[in-house]
Design a protein around this ligand. Structure first.
Ligand SMILES: [Zn+2]
Length: 89
């Protein structure tokens, strides 16, 4: 059983964070929920990645990260949720 090459290494994630993470105390806006806050003061920023494909996506807030996780990081689940909400309006 070989190592799954699609998986992102912890080192790769660490390097990306060091290079690209929004600075503590700076104003930052989540690309999903549009929440604007001060990094690590009023908003916690996490690096999101596609677990299945092993690709780093972008920094999002921890609430949205939890949300994506609850929907199994799957576009189908998210689309179903949007359709479901729309069907009950
Ligand atoms: Zn968010």
């Amino acid at each position: 059983m070989g190592i799954d090459k699609r998986l992102i290494s912890t080192l790769e994630i660490k390097k990306h964070k060091e290079k690209h993470a929004p600075k503590n105390g700076s104003v930052w806006k989540c690309p999903i929920c549009q929440k604007r806050g001060i990094v690590n003061v009023t908003v916690k920023v996490v690096l999101d990645h596609d677990k299945a494909e092993g690709k780093i996506r972008d920094f999002i807030c921890d609430s949205c990260n939890t949300g994506l996780g609850r929907f199994k990081n799957g576009e189908n689940y998210l689309k179903n949720a949007i359709d479901y909400i729309a069907s009950h309006k």
